[in-house]
Design a protein around this ligand. Structure first.
Ligand code: MRU
Length: 341
């Protein structure tokens, strides 16, 4: 994402990898729609996008009376918070912007708009630094020559840049290790096939694309050394919501004694939720399952379930890699200690 000429521009991830195109958002409603419609996706990326969505709305009303400015911003917060339910980074980012807005109450609309834009830019820059730190902490966990499986896309596209899970892979490669990646396709939205595969090809990191149902076979054959995935929300006890299918991969990893790591920033940890049962799971449109881009393969009249995320219990997670370091075998006490550091 980038800030250009007083507007937010997002790579249209719906069109990747066939087309590389930016979509402009000139107000909060457009930004919320871009998040909802998957122009941009990935937990940290939607957090940063929401921050810029607030900033772009503030710019629009910078010349208005303060009461109108405040009313427009309250509506922006509401619209953005309603865009997607699972990734807590969205709400974390909106909360930071809300606090900044509250602190500007004595300023003019223009000054307040500038403060909000500055914060959005700061959050964007911070996210890249955080991902690099996650990479530094995660790289030592990846052995030279390792075959690393990942699920969905937790890369540069899913963040402000660099990536969480793919950041670990990038950092390991940059440390001189020969790494190859197995990208699970990630049905139904194909973030693995379209986005992770694209990022790895761009980077020149060897990548093998497989469909999700091949993961167990590859593990059984000894072709997976380690698994690294991202996260959308981590509960206080370490239970982790990530893209649908992650739980299946974690169960298979345990069966085959393959280390299973979650790479995520602290902003993905939600201590207000005690365990995975409290994490809201987004249910998406049936059309994502019955077909793809206008092509339909399922019969009319079939009923469809399309949960976009699942929860991997903490007991299946070898470690959570954060910007502050690794939390091995995560539990409530270790996560609390991490956040109190
Ligand atoms: O539905 P998506 O594409 O937004 O889901 C994305 C994921 O599940 C990612 O793994 C997660 O957000 C981490 S991104 C660094």
């Amino acid at each position: 994402m980038r800030w250009r000429d007083d507007r937010l521009e997002l790579i249209d991830q719906r069109r990747l990898p066939l087309e590389f195109e930016y979509v402009a958002c000139v107000d909060a409603a457009q930004t919320a729609a871009a998040i909802r419609d998957m122009v941009v996706r990935g937990a940290p990326a939607i957090g940063c996008t929401a921050a810029f969505g607030v900033a772009v709305e503030a710019q629009r009303h910078a010349g208005a009376a303060r009461m109108q400015f405040d009313a427009a911003l309250h509506e922006a917060f509401r619209l953005l918070a309603a865009s997607r339910p699972t990734a807590v980074n969205l709400f974390w980012a909106i909360e930071r912007m809300r606090r900044c807005h509250a602190q500007t109450s004595g300023l003019s609309s223009r000054e307040a708009a500038q403060a909000l834009l500055n914060l959005a830019k700061q959050m964007h820059a911070e996210d890249i630094e955080i991902n690099r730190a996650i990479g530094r902490h995660g790289a030592p966990l990846i052995a030279d020559g390792a075959s690393v499986m990942t699920h969905c896309n937790a890369g540069a596209l899913a963040t402000a840049g660099y990536g969480t899970a793919l950041g670990v892979i990038r950092a390991a490669r940059d440390a001189g290790k020969r790494i190859s990646v197995i990208a699970n396709e990630t049905r139904p939205y194909l973030q693995g096939a379209r986005l992770t595969a694209w990022e790895m090809v761009q980077e020149g990191i060897p990548v093998t694309l497989v469909t999700d149902n091949m993961a167990g076979h590859l593990m059984q054959q000894g072709r997976v050394d380690v698994i690294v995935v991202g996260a959308d929300r981590i509960a206080a006890n370490g239970d982790t919501a990530n893209k649908i299918g992650t739980y299946t991969v974690a169960v298979l990893a345990q069966r085959h004694r393959i280390p299973f790591y979650v790479a995520a920033p602290l902003s993905t940890i939600d201590t207000a939720v005690a365990d995975g049962n409290g994490i809201p799971i987004e249910e998406r449109d049936a059309a994502e399952v019955t077909g793809f881009r206008g092509m339909r393969w399922a019969p009319d009249g079939v009923s469809v379930a399309n949960p976009a995320f699942d929860v991997t219990p903490a007991a299946l997670i070898t470690g959570i890699i954060t910007e502050l370091g690794l939390v091995a075998q995560p539990d409530v006490a270790k996560i609390r200690a991490l956040l109190e550091r």
